[in-house]
Design a protein around this ligand. Structure first.
Ligand SMILES: C[S@@+](CC[C@H](N)C(=O)[O-])C[C@H]1O[C@@H](n2cnc3c(N)ncnc32)[C@H](O)[C@@H]1O
Length: 215
């Protein structure tokens, strides 16, 4: 019985090399190099990475106004912005740690692009955005749960925060507790929370959460 339970546990941390990175500097260096010759985008196609599509598909059920001001936090090469644009959202800003990935984003998808470490306080005024998307960025060694406090701070009342959390770090990094804390202190109301496919080809799934900011 115990053996069966043990065997049922997925060792997600061993599935993909980035999951071994520990420091922000290591993460930045890895992504800077991953972008060369569009290798990141090609890998995402080869791995059938469905995070951006699944997250945007959930988002569009709630975000009916296409003029809202959206932040794509941890935008990488812009896969979420490209997906949002297919659904005619017009006003998207992007932030990411890797300047090299930001430089790869094609013209016409984002209004402002900034190099930002999301583990630090975000230099944006309170109540700025109508929606925040954060896809693939809450994962091993990347951005920690306290960023969600910052997301709430820079979001307007009734705005939407839609994000994935790699299943391998959900409890280990305390995302379960942070989501509950924000519910309990009436910062947000969770509207959707389910296990998404994410990178099913590598047997890695993610929790997909959509919350409405209360304020
Ligand atoms: C798996 S990629 C996801 C990128 C994009 N959202 C997508 O779905 O393709 C994770 C992204 O998080 C960014 N990242 C990692 N640590 C970060 C940090 N501390 N602050 C901001 N971005 C970070 C990486 O540079 C990378 O672009």
């Amino acid at each position: 019985m115990l053996l069966n339970l043990f065997m049922a546990q997925k060792d997600v941390g061993n599935k993909i090399p980035i999951y071994k990175l520990k420091t922000t500097d290591e993460v930045m260096k890895y992504y800077d190099e991953w972008g060369i010759k569009n290798k990141y985008d090609q890998d995402m196609i080869d791995w059938d990475y469905t995070g951006p599509k699944e997250t945007v598909a959930t988002f569009i059920k709630y975000a009916k106004d296409k003029n809202i001001k959206i932040l794509d936090a941890g935008c990488g090469t812009g896969l979420v912005g490209i997906e949002l644009k297919k659904h005619n959202y017009l006003s998207i800003d992007g932030m990411d740690l890797s300047k090299k990935l930001l430089d790869l984003i094609p013209q016409g998808y984002y209004q402002n692009l900034d190099q930002v470490d999301l583990n630090k306080p975000i230099k944006v005024k309170n109540n700025t955005y109508d929606a925040i998307m954060c896809v693939g960025t809450f994962t091993f060694g990347h951005v920690k749960p306290h960023a969600l406090d910052e997301f709430v701070r820079i979001s307007k009342k009734k705005s939407l925060i839609c994000f994935t959390i790699n299943e391998g770090i959900y409890e280990e990094y305390g995302f379960d507790k942070k989501i509950e804390e924000l519910k309990k202190n009436k910062s947000w109301d969770v509207k959707e929370f389910f296990k998404s496919d994410y990178i099913a080809s590598k047997d890695v799934n993610a929790w997909l959460c959509l919350a409405e900011v209360i304020k």
